[in-house]
Ligand binder design. Sequence first.
Ligand code: PGA
Length: 261
Amino acid sequence: MKQGRTPVIAGNWKMHKDRDEALQFIYKVNEEVPSNDLVETVICASDVLLRCLVKRQGDNLKIGAQNMHFEEKGAFTGETSPRVLENTGVTYVIIGHSERREMFAETDESVNKKVHAALKFELTPILCVGESLDIREAGTTNEWVKRQVVAALYNISHEEIEKIIIAYEPIWAIGTGRTATPEQAEETIKAIRDVVRELYNDSIAENIRILYGGSVNPGNIESLLAKENIDGALVGGASLDPASYLQLVDAALKKQKNNRC
Ligand code: PGA
């Protein structure tokens, strides 16, 4: 984590938590999270919970969706419009999570369309990329991830790219308890930053936030944040418990304060 880039700790609750559980979490966490200019804290919940979470969010904790359609309206049964997310007060949206790419036929093309749509509706996209175990073992991770980043950012302007957060999530590390080592995560995240440099410029590459995701927990967050290019985490399992989520936020806050000294 480098000085100047505000860290992000984004929870991805996936299809967990009912309404009562979600509210209990929010009431516990709301007052404990630091100011947004120190650490950006986000919870991405199921669509049906978003309105009630937005109504109760405090000044700092932000609410995000886990997916959306790229069209504003139309005959897309079961889908959620980015305009409705914006109306609801949601400010972030995860795009291209590997579970959606693998199980719901998300393609590089739809991911790119969704990034454009999110920006149009003032939603901050958390754009996910990451490789399977086969690709990691074949030694072609960086090429794979670079290709995903280039496809997702097709026709995104210099002004727009600054609003995007990228999350590098190796598929083999998601929900498996097998985290990438800080060195593996740093190497690929640095490669992603270099793609942004090639596509845009040095200053944009130095400012864009790139997160790591995949079995992040309070025990490994510090070693990940110790790496220069890792600007926070996208967290599934360890974001469900308020105490564990707050420990992750606290680790980012400590690092941020140390960097500023
Ligand atoms: P995990 O999930 O932290 O449970 O591995 C991360 C994610 O899917 O975003």
